[in-house]
Ligand binder design. Structure first.
Ligand SMILES: [Zn+2]
Length: 126
C-alpha cells in the first residue's frame, strides 16, 4: 500500500488586488427604468417609422397602426426623459448640500469631497 499520500492538489491562491478607492465626483446615475423606457421607446419609434414608410408606399391598413406605435413610443421617451430630469435635479440638490457641508464653519475653508475634517483648521465638518 502506498502510505502517506498527501493530497497533492494545491489550492490555487487567489490574489485579490484591492483597487484604491477613488474620490472622484460621480455623475448622476441614470435609473434603469429610464434606460429601458428610452431604448424600448426608440425601438418602437423605429418600428412606427417603418410602418409609416410602408403606409407611404400605398399599403393599406398601416397608417393608423404606425401612428399609434409612434404615439406610444413618444410617450415612453417622454416618461424616460422626465425620470432622467428628476434624477438630475435630485443629484444637483445633493451636490449643493455637499458643497455647503464642505465649507468649514470655523475658518471658512473649502474642503474636498469626502473630507470629514477641515484641512485647514481640523474642525469636524458636519
Ligand atoms: Zn476650518
Amino acid at each position: 500500500m502506498f502510505g502517506g499520500g498527501s493530497d497533492g492538489k494545491e489550492m490555487p491562491k487567489l490574489h485579490r488586488v484591492e483597487e484604491p478607492v477613488q474620490n472622484t465626483p460621480k455623475p448622476p446615475q441614470v435609473p434603469i427604468s429610464a434606460i429601458v423606457l428610452a431604448s424600448v421607446g426608440g425601438m418602437l419609434l423605429f418600428m412606427g417609422l417603418f410602418f409609416l414608410l410602408v403606409a407611404g408606399l400605398g399599403v393599406g391598413g398601416f397608417l393608423i397602426p404606425s401612428l399609434a406605435v409612434i404615439a406610444v413610443a413618444a410617450i415612453m421617451m417622454l416618461v424616460a426623459w422626465n425620470i432622467w430630469r428628476k434624477t438630475r435635479a435630485l443629484h444637483e440638490e445633493r451636490q449643493e448640500e455637499e458643497k455647503d457641508r464642505l465649507l468649514c464653519d470655523y475658518c471658512g475653508g473649502t474642503n474636498a469631497e469626502g473630507d470629514l475634517q477641515c484641512r485647514f483648521c481640523g474642525a469636524p465638518l458636519r
